[in-house]
Structures are given as structure tokens and as C-alpha cells.
Write a protein that binds this ligand. Structure first.
Ligand code: TXA
Ligand code: MG
Length: 302
């Protein structure tokens, strides 16, 4: 069952309780409705993908209440600080170098060394950020492949029955997703056009919408063998269920837990002593399909 509650202190209290319990909650922002979950909790982030029915993992935008909260897990150059001062809170997302010690789940960034961050201005999202005290990962609150929701009714139509709560604050003021700009030192690259015009040309590559666009620098540097029941002599085995391995994605064979640990496993395997990587079979059900999509890309010849 999906409840729809009008924005109020009680609704934010209920949303915060669900977030603390690891559930995703649909929240209004000034751009579009977002499906928010605790960005430090890998299983909570995996439940976002499960609810959206996404067949692959796409890095997500992390929402924070202020610049100090962003600086916990992202590095802001002076250029980034200037953009923040000018446009935050508001519909600007900055892709910044990730601080690996900042506590974000690696599923949020899909294992990338960068993180997309924004400070939303909407009072409901601000209230939830302050109530939870957590950075909140939130993609648009629609099922994979459908259009972004600008009203609670759109979210209900797309995700009804798949999420516990929608906080309704009426239509979104902007109605289109945030501008995304990558900030690397003093270099700016526009990845997605949006409400904020920075006078930049759109990058040919754009934002990482298709998983195939994910930069190869985070793919493992070693050959990967799939559907391995046991490791060969030179292989680091990523296990699942009864296939133990050097790093088990989920001893209980739970695909949500496995998704939350996938990118940690790939990084571990890549830095291990063994020159080769093998991965146990993962069932194709639910999030297993997204895990297998990622693994097939890791195993594809480069
Ligand atoms: O207005 C918005 O930005 C809304 C609200 C809810 O905040 N959110 C939103 O999220 O549009 P989503 O997941 O639908 O779009 C996020 C975009 C994707 O194209 C993704 O590839 C890109 O941001 N992205 C996220 N992290 C990135 C990274 N580290 N590098 C490059 N692109 C990234
Ligand atoms: Mg979207």
C-alpha cells in the first residue's frame, strides 16, 4: 500500500521514520518529485532501484541540507564553492570528486570516483533532510523508462503499490530536472541542461543516462568470468549464497543485499592479489537483473 500524505510536520515525521527504517519515500522538490533514501545505507539505496524497476544501476544525485553536509563526502574546489554560493539551495547539481571516507554507499555513485550533489530549496525536502540528518539519494520518482513526475498523482500512477509513502506538496515549481554540471577544479562541463543556465555548451557525452556510458575507469582492470561455481587457481571469487567466495555479496542469497555490496566487491576484487576475477551465478529475479547487467559489462572484452 502507498499512502499519500499532504506536506505537514506529521508527514515529515512519518517520512523520516521510514527513511530510518531503510525505506524509499517519494518527496517533492522544486524540480520534480524524487524517490529518497538514506545514501549511507546500501540496502536502502538498492530499494530505490527495486521500486523503479531499473534494469541497470545509474549513479544517483545526493541531496543535502547545506554546504557543510556536502563537504563531508565531496570535495568542493573554489569554483564549486562559488557556484554553491550563487545557486544553492536550488535546481543545480554539481558532480564533484568523491571523498571515499565520507560514508556514502558505493551503490549511490555506481562505484565512480565522483558524486552528484545538490541542495534543494523545497521546504518539504529541506525538512526531511534536517529530520533524518542523513544525505538522501533521490532519482526522479518514476518507474524506469517513464517520464519524470511533477505531481503526487504522477508518482502514485507510476510507483503506487511499490513504495510506502508519497509526501504531497502540490505541483513542482520548476517541473524539469536540475541542471547538472561537472566541476573539476576550475573546469566546468555541462552534463544535463536544466533550469539554471550557466552559459555552457552541452557535453557530447552528457550525463550518465545509459549504463554503457559509465566511464571505463571504474570497470575492473582484470578479466572477469561469470557463473563460476568455484574459483580457479588465479581467481578472486565474488560469491553469492552458498558459493562463498573471497567476498560474498549475500550469504542469504538476497539480491537487495547483493546489489548494495556489488561495487565494493568489484573494487576489492580489482585490488586483490589474484590476476583474475570470477563471479558466482546470480539469479535473474528482481535486482538480480541489474546486477547481472553490470557484471556482463564488467566481463565484456575491452
Ligand atoms: O532535479 C533533479 O535532479 C531530480 C530531483 C529529484 O532532485 N533528480 C534527478 O535524478 O533527476 P535522476 O537520477 O533521474 O538523474 C540523475 C542524473 C543521471 O543522468 C545520472 O547519470 C547523473 O545524474 N549522475 C549522477 N551521478 C553522476 C556522476 N557521478 N557523474 C555523472 N553523472 C552523474
Ligand atoms: Mg530521471
Amino acid at each position: 500500500m502507498t499512502r499519500v500524505l499532504p506536506f505537514s510536520d506529521e508527514a515529515i515525521g512519518e517520512a523520516a521514520r521510514l527513511i530510518a527504517a531503510g525505506q524509499p519515500v517519494a518527496m517533492p522538490t522544486e524540480t520534480v518529485y524524487g524517490l529518497a533514501a538514506d545514501a549511507t545505507d546500501g540496502e536502502a539505496v538498492a530499494r530505490i532501484y527495486a521500486a523503479k524497476g531499473r534494469p541497470s544501476f545509474n549513479p544517483l544525485i545526493v541531496h543535502v541540507p547545506d554546504v557543510a553536509a556536502a563537504a563531508e563526502f565531496a570535495s568542493l574546489s573554489s569554483e564549486a564553492e562559488q557556484l554553491a554560493a550563487r545557486h544553492w539551495p536550488g535546481p543545480l547539481t554539481m558532480v564533484l570528486p568523491l571523498r571515499p571516507t565520507g560514508g556514502l554507499s558505493s551503490l549511490v555513485t555506481a562505484g565512480l570516483p565522483t558524486v552528484a550533489v545538490r541542495i534543494p530549496s523545497h521546504p518539504a525536502m529541506q525538512a526531511l533532510l534536517r529530520a533524518t540528518g542523513k544525505p538522501l539519494a533521490a532519482p526522479s520518482a518514476n518507474a524506469s523508462g517513464s517520464i519524470s513526475p511533477t505531481r503526487a498523482a504522477h508518482v502514485l500512477k507510476s510507483l503506487g503499490g511499490r513504495i510506502p509513502l508519497i509526501v504531497d506538496a502540490g505541483p513542482c515549481a520548476r517541473g524539469i530536472e536540475s541542471t547538472i554540471v561537472a566541476v573539476d577544479g576550475d573546469r566546468l562541463r555541462l552534463l544535463r541542461p536544466g533550469p539554471i543556465d550557466l552559459g555552457l555548451e552541452l557535453e557530447a557525452v552528457g550525463s550518465i543516462e545509459a549504463p554503457g556510458q559509465l566511464a571505463s575507469h571504474y570497470a575492473p582492470s582484470k578479466p572477469v568470468r561469470l557463473n563460476a561455481e568455484r574459483p580457479g587457481d588465479d581467481e578472486y571469487l565474488i560469491g553469492f549464497g552458498d558459493v562463498g567466495g573471497d567476498f560474498n555479496l549475500s550469504a542469504d542469497a538476497d539480491v537487495v543485499e547483493a546489489a548494495s555490496r556489488l561495487f565494493d566487491a568489484l573494487h576489492e576484487a580489482d585490488s586483490a592479489a589474484q590476476p583474475l576475477i570470477a563471479v558466482a551465478p546470480i539469479p535473474e529475479e528482481g535486482l538480480g537483473a541489474a546486477i547481472n547487467d553490470r557484471l556482463r559489462k564488467a566481463a565484456a572484452p575491452r
